[in-house]
Design a protein around this ligand. Structure first.
Ligand code: HPA
Length: 267
């Protein structure tokens, strides 16, 4: 049995056998959504190979249960490339999601905005990304499956339904392009000007490797950013992790409304 298969067995023993439909990966300051799920929480420390250390503002539990009538697996914390230099740090959790029956995954993150019309407290649905890090979680993967097409990586049907959900609950959620910067330092103003010219609308330190891995595993993927600050050099707002955590709840309330409606409509 594979490692992900063993972990899926362990999770099913605790959480029941019903297959999971949708995986949710929660970003900085968004961990409270895990508490909204009716189900059971399994600490990552009980799941060998799951990321332990994490980052403050994340909640390292896997919660399996029901949210708005849909069986979900909520990853309360994620591992980032910048923690240990592993772009594939979320591969095992996503493999486990697939073993549990998961078909779709929605990644959420905190991000800086490059668009004046998308201020702190806004949310943005990713329409595409720019891998500004040059890293890839599939480096070292020996099979031809590594040559993953990334056209429509952000599933058009999921995006359409997320936008419909946002409209139904009266939340403004523009589509936009997310640039992945490795972190952990924030960007310089010159880097922000550069990625703006390349077409980015938001910038952050996560999500892109998870979307690449999801496509590799055959999971349909979508992602939503909560804007916690204007990107470096775009305003006098001070950029820090503390600020990210403090501002995340502004967008998180909107994100929760959209996600709940999306799930209520079938997920
Ligand atoms: N840059 C990168 N990551 C971030 C930012 C940012 O400005 N804000 C929140 N996460």
């Amino acid at each position: 049995m594979s490692k992900s298969g063993d972990l899926a067995d362990l999770i099913r023993e605790r959480a029941g056998k019903a297959p999971v439909e949708v995986g949710l990966i929660l970003g900085s300051g968004l961990g409270h959504l895990a508490g909204a799920v009716e189900g059971i929480a399994i600490p990552y420390s009980d799941l060998p190979g799951f990321p332990h250390a994490g980052v403050s503002g994340h909640n390292p539990n896997l919660v399996i249960g029901t949210l708005e009538g849909v069986r979900v697996a909520v990853f309360g914390g994620r591992a980032h490339y910048y923690e240990k230099g592993q772009p594939d740090a979320m591969r095992l959790p996503l493999e486990v999601l697939k073993e549990l029956g998961g078909k779709r995954v929605i990644a959420t993150n905190a991000a800086g905005s490059l668009r004046p019309d998308m201020p702190t407290g806004s949310i943005m649905c990713l329409s595409d990304h720019i891998n500004f890090s040059g890293l890839n979680p599939l480096i070292g993967e020996p099979t031809d499956a590594r040559f993953v097409p990334m056209t429509e990586a952000y599933d058009p049907d999921m995006r359409r339904r997320l936008h419909e959900a946002a409209e139904a609950v009266g939340v403004s959620m523009p589509g936009g392009i997310y640039a992945w910067y490795s972190g952990p330092s924030f960007e310089t103003p010159a880097e922000i000007r550069a990625i703006k010219m390349l077409g980015a609308d938001a910038v952050g330190m996560s999500t892109v490797p998870e979307v690449i891995l999801s496509r590799f595993l055959g999971l349909r993927a979508a992602a939503i950013s909560t804007i916690t600050n204007m990107a470096a050099g775009m305003s006098s707002e001070k950029i820090s992790h503390e600020h990210t955590k403090a501002m995340a709840p502004l967008g998180a309330a909107k994100l929760e409304k959209v996600l709940r409606r999306f799930l209520r409509n079938g997920g």
